[in-house]
Ligand binder design. Structure first.
Ligand code: ADP
Length: 281
């Protein structure tokens, strides 16, 4: 029971009431215990949070999307060629607009997950096809860092029950991190195999690895080992926090390990549908 109650000094409080009946050995009601917990501040915090996310979503995201769209049109040369300096500035504006939009989307995603408002659209997905698609989608990004993406070996033809868009989001995050932290000319390898009644996907890079002092925080919010480097290469520090929650929502788990010979392997495991091993594709 949530009831608004005026306090003696006139201030309205909202209390959450729990009423417990007291019953004796003969099952006769001899009284009730009523306990009230003041939740006024909690409700106010929830209201402010809701207002904040709504501002992020409508007041910031909507106009930003249209700014980026316009810049993209200008940058394709659709309205004539800009001189070199203007073209460079327009590109910088588009890239930074996109970074801002990524940050807003990440904050909104985390909020949606944490408040239990993210609903997954699960379907049977051919994992090997999704992995190949993820390589195609992220190739241009990796090329910006001079990094090559490849499949280490042919992935097993297995179906997983997952949300396609969210699984792709996890892949994109892991691949873009691997590319971002790889040395120029480096290589990022994707692989998948059956493991512990599930299927395990691994993204391996030959980057600097995860610093020891950072390891316990890596899946936390706004966690970045080297903020100067991330400022140069882009990133919000929210990607892995979102990946962890998404993989867990899909019934799996995520972790990382040092790669033999240097670099990092990020892995996640999803339950495989044994009955759904397929021979498509
Ligand atoms: P970001 O948007 O900063 O990449 P993430 O949550 O995806 O945020 O990653 C958090 C931090 O973890 C990164 O800033 C980086 O310090 C570290 N990290 C993630 N992936 C790798 C990787 N493959 N190699 C080295 N460090 C990594």
């Amino acid at each position: 029971l949530k009831i608004r109650t005026p306090r003696r000094d006139g201030i309205d409080l909202v209390c959450e009431w729990t009423v417990t009946p007291l019953v004796n050995a003969e099952a006769t009601l001899i009284g009730v215990i009523a306990q009230g917990r003041d939740i006024t501040q909690q409700l106010e915090a929830e209201r402010v949070k809701k207002e904040f996310t709504s501002t992020l979503s409508h007041e910031l995201r909507t106009p930003l999307t249209s700014i980026i769209g316009s810049l993209q049109l200008i940058n394709t040369g659709m309205f004539g060629q800009l001189d070199q300096e203007a073209a460079e500035l327009a590109l910088v504006a588009e890239r930074n607009g996109q970074r801002l939009l990524d940050l807003i989307n990440d904050v909104l995603d985390l909020e949606r997950i944490d408040s239990g408002r993210l609903s997954l659209h699960t379907e049977d997905i051919a994992l090997h096809e999704l992995l190949e698609e993820s390589l195609v989608l992220n190739r241009a990004y990796a090329e910006r860092f001079g990094v090559r993406l490849r499949l280490a070996s042919a992935p097993p033809k297995v179906m997983v029950r997952a949300d396609r868009k969210r699984l792709m989001q996890v892949m994109t995050n892991l691949i873009s991190n691997a590319a971002k932290f790889s040395p120029e000319g480096g290589q990022v390898e994707l692989s998948a195999r059956y493991a512990d009644s599930g299927v395990q996907v691994t993204v391996e890079d030959r980057g600097p690895g995860i610093p020891k002092e950072f390891r316990s925080r890596i899946f936390g919010r706004f966690a970045q080992a080297d903020s100067a480097l991330t400022r140069r290469k882009g990133g919000t520090g929210l990607g892995l926090a979102i990946c962890k929650r998404l993989v867990e929502l899909m019934g799996g788990e995520i972790w990382y390990a040092d790669r033999e010979g240097g670099g990092t392997s990020f892995c996640f495991r999803l339950p495989a549908q044994d009955s759904a091993r397929v021979a498509s594709g």
